[in-house]
Each structure stands twice: as structure tokens, then as C-alpha cells.
Design a protein around this ligand. Structure first.
Ligand code: CMP
Length: 144
């Protein structure tokens, strides 16, 4: 079954010029890009996005970090893309992230972990609707 997921390069990933590397990994794996934009996220969208974390002690720092620079929000489509993306991104805690994963290759700290990927099909749907208008998503097929 074809799924979609939200992947976002966080401000540290943008600042470190890792956008292309992240995109390359998803393309190479075989997923299809159906939406992408560079934006400075405001607190409203982040409050929605991180609603479940609002009472965590690190929440204020998380919002500060996520508003410190632009993010690149993307929607990727393909077979099992939600679960596979999480595997490609690696463990939330960079110290646990295996080499070969995005975090395992580029991050040393849980609070500067380069990239976001939706954690379930339901969350993905919610996050895609939050970050994108349906008109910003492109249904395309070619060469198949
Ligand atoms: P992510 O899994 O993409 O979404 C939740 C984010 O909260 C997580 O990445 C980290 O950036 C951040 N986070 C989670 N746990 C901690 C923590 N203990 N300290 C700092 N940031 C955290």
C-alpha cells in the first residue's frame, strides 16, 4: 500500500547544508517526493506539531531551536514509507542512532538531530495536513 509521510530537515540540518544529503537518501531508497518547501516555522504550527511534548521540560528549548532558522518540509510517498523513514532517520537519541542512519551519520545530540519523520501513519496524515495545503502536494507519475 502506498503511504505518505512528513520529513523535515530541521534548522541545524539546513544550517549545516545537509538538505541535499537528506533528499538524496530518500530518492536513492526509491521514494517519491510529492511536496517540498523551505519556511521559517512559526510557534503556532510548532505548538500543533509538538502538542504531545508541550509539558516536557525541554519543550521551550525545542521551540526555540525549531524557530532559530528555516526548515525544509517534505512529503515523501511510497511503500511502507512511514516505517522505513524512521529507520533511515535513526534513533531520536543520536548516541543510540546507528551509523548509516541520518542521525547516526550527522548528529551527536538529541536536541540537534537534523531531521524529523512522522512516527505513524496516523501522525503522518495529521502532520502533512498541518504543514501543507492539499494544493501544494503534487500527484505525479512518469516513466513507469
Ligand atoms: P523528534 O523525535 O523529531 O521530535 C521530538 C523532538 O524533541 C526530538 O526529535 C528532539 O529534537 C526533541 N527531544 C526529545 N527528547 C529530548 C530531550 N530529552 N532533550 C532535548 N530534546 C529532546
Amino acid at each position: 500500500i502506498q503511504e505518505r509521510t512528513l520529513v523535515a530537515v530541521k534548522p541545524d540540518g539546513v544550517q549545516r547544508r545537509l538538505i541535499g544529503d537528506v533528499i538524496k537518501r530518500f530518492e536513492r531508497r526509491g521514494f517519491k517526493l510529492v511536496g517540498m518547501k523551505l519556511l521559517k516555522a512559526n510557534e503556532g504550527i510548532l505548538a500543533e506539531h509538538y502538542h504531545e511534548l508541550r509539558r516536557k521540560p525541554f519543550y521551550p528549548a525545542l521551540i526555540h531551536y525549531m524557530t532559530s532558522g528555516p526548515v525544509v518540509a517534505m512529503v515523501w510517498e511510497g511503500y511502507n514509507v512511514v516505517k522505513t523513514s524512521r529507520t533511515m532517520v535513526g534513533d531520536t537519541d543520536s548516541a543510540e542512532a546507528k551509523p548509516g542512519t541520518i542521525r547516526g551519520d550527522f548528529s551527536i545530540h538529541i536536541s540537534r538531530n537534523i531531521v524529523h519523520a512522522s512516527d505513524s501513519v496516523e501522525t503522518a496524515q495529521r502532520e502533512i495536513n498541518l504543514w501543507f495545503h492539499s494544493s501544494e502536494l503534487v500527484d505525479w507519475d512518469c516513466c513507469d
